[in-house]
Design a binder for this molecule. Structure first.
Ligand SMILES: C[S@@+](CC[C@H](N)C(=O)[O-])C[C@H]1O[C@@H](n2cnc3c(N)ncnc32)[C@H](O)[C@@H]1O
Length: 224
């Protein structure tokens, strides 16, 4: 990917920075439990670290279907009673939601922070990504928040077409979506300010003003 999209590392970093800001925002809204779908290989500033740094009682369930990501997460979470990881396919919401780890770690009578960060661009239209989000949304109690980011080809169509091409024959082909389709993933939720924007512009903490459009859209929505 980086061979065809030299800004790929920057895009990944700005996505992770959004993830950290979103987790901190969610905590300011009184939420202390997280379900992180497509959590990935642990890196700097993982969700449980950011969350438990703010409130040691925060609970986190990570979900991924990649054995390497899950194995690394198991090692990191070994001594953490409030965080766990499961191997599951996020495209099967009922299997995720009814898994014993999710049922024991999360309390569905209290708001939950659902994280779908940099992963739905692996879900093709024929698997109906909006319906998948809707199934998760239906299970969440009011007051829950969804933080979602998604790669787009809106700003750099040629470079992103090269990425699509490079990923076509991998296990995880990619499907970039325009702004309106990313916004539609928040159907049934109330978008918090500033809506769905380029990731660095979502509640920047360092007063960023003039920044080039990023290849990842990000937003947070509330279930009312
Ligand atoms: C680009 S990484 C994003 C990681 C993390 N959410 C972040 O933003 O840094 C995408 C992750 O989603 C996982 N993934 C992709 N499709 C998935 C699926 N259907 N079910 C579970 N995990 C999936 C991949 O294995 C990978 O670890």
């Amino acid at each position: 990917m980086i061979a065809v999209l030299p800004s790929g590392q920057q895009v990944a970093a700005s996505n992770r920075a959004f993830l950290r800001r979103a987790v901190r925002y969610i905590i300011t809204q009184g939420i202390t439990q997280f379900l992180d779908l497509g959590s990935g290989i642990p890196t700097v500033g993982n969700v449980h670290e950011v969350a438990q740094n703010a409130d040691p009682g925060c609970r986190v369930v990570y979900v991924d279907y990649d054995e390497v990501a899950v194995a690394h997460s198991h090692v990191i979470l070994e001594d953490n009673p409030n965080a766990t990881v499961i191997t599951a396919d996020l495209r099967r919401p009922q299997a995720v939601l009814t898994s014993p780890a999710v049922q024991t770690m999360l309390d569905f009578s209290r708001p939950i922070g659902l994280l779908i960060v940099a992963v739905f661009h692996f879900v093709p239209d024929d698997l109906r990504p909006r319906d998948i989000v809707a199934d998760y949304r239906a299970a969440l109690p009011p007051g829950s928040l969804l933080a979602l980011s998604h790669l787009t080809a809106d700003h750099a169509p040629q470079a992103m077409a090269a990425v699509t091409d490079a990923m076509k024959h991998s296990r995880d082909p990619m499907y970039f979506r325009p702004h309106a389709e990313v916004v539609a993933l928040f159907d049934g939720l109330e978008l918090v300010e500033p809506g769905v924007v380029s990731a660095p512009l979502w509640r920047p903490e360092s007063g960023i003003r003039d920044i080039a459009p990023d290849d990842v859209y990000a937003g947070v929505g509330r279930k009312t």
